[in-house]
Design a protein around this ligand. Sequence first.
Ligand SMILES: NC(=O)c1ccc[n+]([C@@H]2O[C@H](COP(=O)([O-])OP(=O)(O)OC[C@H]3O[C@@H](n4cnc5c(N)ncnc54)[C@H](OP(=O)(O)O)[C@@H]3O)[C@@H](O)[C@H]2O)c1
Length: 261
Amino acid sequence: MDLGISGKTALVTGASRGIGLAIARILAAEGVRVVGAARTVTPELEKVAVAAVSVDLSTRDGARSVIDQALAAVGGIDFLVNNVGGDTGNLSLDGFLDVDDEQWQTIFDLNLFSAVWTTKAALPSILERKGAIVNISSINARMPTGAPVGYAEAKAALNQFGKRLSEELAPRGVRVNTVSPGPTATPVWTDPDGFGGKVAAASGVGHSDLLTALPGQFGIASGRLTEPEEVADLVAFLLSGRAANIHGADHVIDGGTLKAV
Ligand SMILES: NC(=O)c1ccc[n+]([C@@H]2O[C@H](COP(=O)([O-])OP(=O)(O)OC[C@H]3O[C@@H](n4cnc5c(N)ncnc54)[C@H](OP(=O)(O)O)[C@@H]3O)[C@@H](O)[C@H]2O)c1
């Protein structure tokens, strides 16, 4: 299927690895000029992006400055993918009573406010170009998770943000959609030093045993984790004109984990 997006421009946040890198790759392969942002500029990102920006997106200044740098690099923004989020490996697995306000603030800054800040700064350009926005949420927006405290809450707010933005922007020619992955095979789970490794240690099991048991534990009907490239394909489709009348929807990609009809 020809997505017809060659020559467009995109900013992908959290693009140095995982889902963000997969999105940057597929968009670049479709001929999109991609600006990728993360704290670390990896060789993999440099290979696909026309510009790679090192920035902390959990701050308002960082989120605003990345838009300035993207506009300077590619002249305007057609597509904004607010992918940055999670960073769960650095957070406590404690319950509600043991988690301080700082954790709530950290999670909301990265998973909700970063998208609010980048969207606000990028919107004049996106409106001018009648572009599209995709926010990467999680099935945890609809399905509570024990830890880290605040993550599911922030993603639920992100879903609502996408919906309200779509209501306001659809009449002005800008499409906003949400993509909600289930457990996905990114370093969050696959890196023994990441969130998955931390969960394994807390559960007293080996990291590889945890990965083997995950589909069963989450009730993933397909029996496997989602691949980042599968999420990226969905995002590329939603950004393209092939999805021209898809507005304000939350698109779940989770191998059948969510059971609600
Ligand atoms: N993996 C899953 O199972 C899963 C499931 C549902 C939803 N999601 C969502 O999908 C999105 C991507 O997750 P992922 O699994 O691909 O995560 P990941 O592998 O940990 O990648 C996260 C990306 O964000 C960047 N990043 C983290 N903190 C940042 C900050 N403060 N400023 C700038 N960049 C930052 C990271 O680069 P640096 O560390 O170099 O900054 C990296 O490029 C997140 O919104 C996550 O919540 C993931």
